[in-house]
Design a binder for this molecule. Structure first.
Ligand SMILES: [Zn+2]
Length: 509
């Protein structure tokens, strides 16, 4: 290999608007503006790192100063004195300032002092301020003064990864462009083209992995490709990239999730051992498992997000996920997601991520097996000994109510929401016997007695007597009783221990 190896990101830096990767909207808007002579005095480019902010700034500087035309051109020649000097970062009228190392107001004043002088070789003096959000407040103020009344020959191009940290006063003076994350397919095309130029082998699977790991950043993707080339001597295949990324194969991740959801603890833990021993990074594995959960949720029959072609899985794997989806509820997926999210900081904080990961797997299996809280509550018998009277709502048959809890159930199934809620939360029933209820009312609804009496007489078909006591016997309301019962249920207790600080606020049935 060449001894003076230039990193790919630099070697293949976009030199004109046409070769900017994945920024079609920006390219179209900017070229139209330049071609029609609508040049702004200040631009701000924002986007994640490695999407082409600085490249765009330089191309714009070339477009403004290229000598191939007597006015700014959207297609700078790239070979004239100005174009070459700007590409090399050596043009006297194009100043590139890294705000991270020039944060102070003195730096900024010094730079801005020269603004008034006309350009030496170019048409415009161009100030490119990279990572502009790093400037101090006073430096921003100094910059703002210049932005308010910029000399005609000066253009500012600001770039930032954190637009929210840039004062609105500055933003309002700039034309803003958002550089988007470059989509996986476009990155892949770009990397494949570069591999061809570099005469290296890059398998499609390896390319896919690199493009996904790049997460929208051309530069990050290319530096991964640099590494892969160096490690493999130019034969970049899927296995070598997986190894480099310390990532388990997607098939392995699928396998782990399937085992976890099938509830086979021993096998799941064995699998984790083997993945770990093969050198995979567990936090990466966790990321992949979260990715799986995210896509399984999107593909779930009750969500049906439609387009899943963008999912990072093969058609076979997608079929498999759909099959697993048909056995689990959305609720389970969302709870799996929650425990995984919770264990991200946990894994970082603990000195032993493997232990933490094993515990996570156990927790996940527990969730996969556990019915949801709603399902548990549905199964709770509402009254342990009472005979179950369950008339269909369509039949006008009389209902039988023989316990305080049963009354609550009947009110609820009759959709008497107000009565139900008042009764379960305020009424302490001290005695419930055939046709007579003795109770204390904690609430203030004077109509309650009348309303309940009407309802009972109507639905049961016989006459009830309600005796309201003046003093509380300190009996629990139906809500309080239910809460106590739930707390003592082992499954609920488990669920509560999973979600720290959890509280039972109500039940659906
Ligand atoms: Zn030129």
């Amino acid at each position: 290999m060449d001894t003076s190896y230039t990193v790919l990101a630099r070697k293949y830096r976009s030199q004109d608007f046409q070769s900017l990767i994945g920024q079609d909207v920006l390219v179209k808007t900017l070229t139209t503006a330049i071609n029609t002579g609508r040049i702004a005095h200040a631009y701000i480019f924002t986007g994640i790192r490695g999407t082409g902010k600085t490249s765009t700034a330089r191309i714009l500087a070339k477009a403004l100063n290229c000598l191939s035309s007597d006015r700014p051109t959207a297609t700078p020649c790239g070979v004239c004195e100005n174009c070459r000097a700007i590409a090399a970062g050596q043009h006297i009228d194009v100043l590139e300032i890294d705000a991270a190392s020039h944060t102070g107001v003195d730096n900024m004043r010094e730079i801005l002092d020269a603004v008034q002088y006309r350009p030496t070789n170019g048409r415009y003096k161009v100030y490119i301020i990279d990572e502009v959000h790093m400037l101090s407040q006073s430096a921003f103020n100094a910059l703002l003064k210049t932005l308010e009344e910029p000399p005609a020959h000066v253009i500012f191009i600001l770039a930032t990864t954190e637009i929210r940290k840039v004062p609105v006063t500055i933003l309002s003076r700039c034309q803003r462009f958002d550089l988007v994350r470059v989509p996986v397919d476009i990155l892949k095309k770009h990397f494949a083209w570069i591999a061809e130029q570099e005469k290296i082998e890059l398998s499609d699977g390896a390319n896919e992995l690199l493009a996904r790991a790049a997460d929208g950043s051309v530069r990050d993707g290319l530096s991964l490709l640099d590494q892969a080339i160096a490690q493999t001597g130019g034969h970049v295949d899927e296995a070598s990239v997986l190894n480099m990324l310390k990532r388990a194969d997607r098939g392995v991740v699928m396998d782990v999730m399937e085992t976890v959801l099938s509830g086979d603890t021993a096998t799941a833990l064995e699998k984790i051992d083997s993945i770990y021993n093969n050198g995979a990074d567990l936090s990466m594995l966790l990321t992949d498992m979260m990715e799986w959960t995210h896509w399984a949720t999107r593909m779930h029959p009750s969500v049906r997000m439609g387009d899943v072609v963008n999912a990072p899985y093969t058609a076979d794997q997608r079929t498999k996920i759909r099959e697993i989806d048909s056995h689990i509820t959305l609720n389970t997926l969302s709870r799996l997601w929650q425990v995984m999210v919770a264990s991200v900081p946990e894994m970082q904080a603990t000195g032993n991520p493997k232990q933490c990961f094993d515990m996570l797997i156990v927790r996940m299996m527990h969730i996969a097996e556990m019915p949801s809280v709603a399902e548990i509550i549905k199964k709770q018998p509402t009254a342990p000994v009472a005979p179950v009277a369950k008339p269909a709502p369509s039949t006008p048959k009389n209902i039988i109510v023989s316990t305080a809890a049963q009354l609550a159930t009947e009110l609820q199934s009759a959709k008497e929401i107000l009565l139900y809620s008042y009764y379960t939360n305020n009424i302490e029933v001290s005695d419930f016997s055939d046709g007579k209820i003795t109770y204390f009312d904690r609430g203030t609804d004077t109509d309650f007695e009348h309303k309940l009496l009407m309802w009972l007489n109507d639905k049961t078909g016989h006459t009830w007597t309600l005796v309201r006591e003046e003093k509380s016997e300190h009996v629990q309301t139906v809500s309080e009783q239910k809460r106590e019962e739930l707390k003592s249920d082992p499954l609920i207790a488990d669920a509560m221990s999973l979600f720290e600080g959890a509280e039972i606020v109500g039940s659906t049935k």
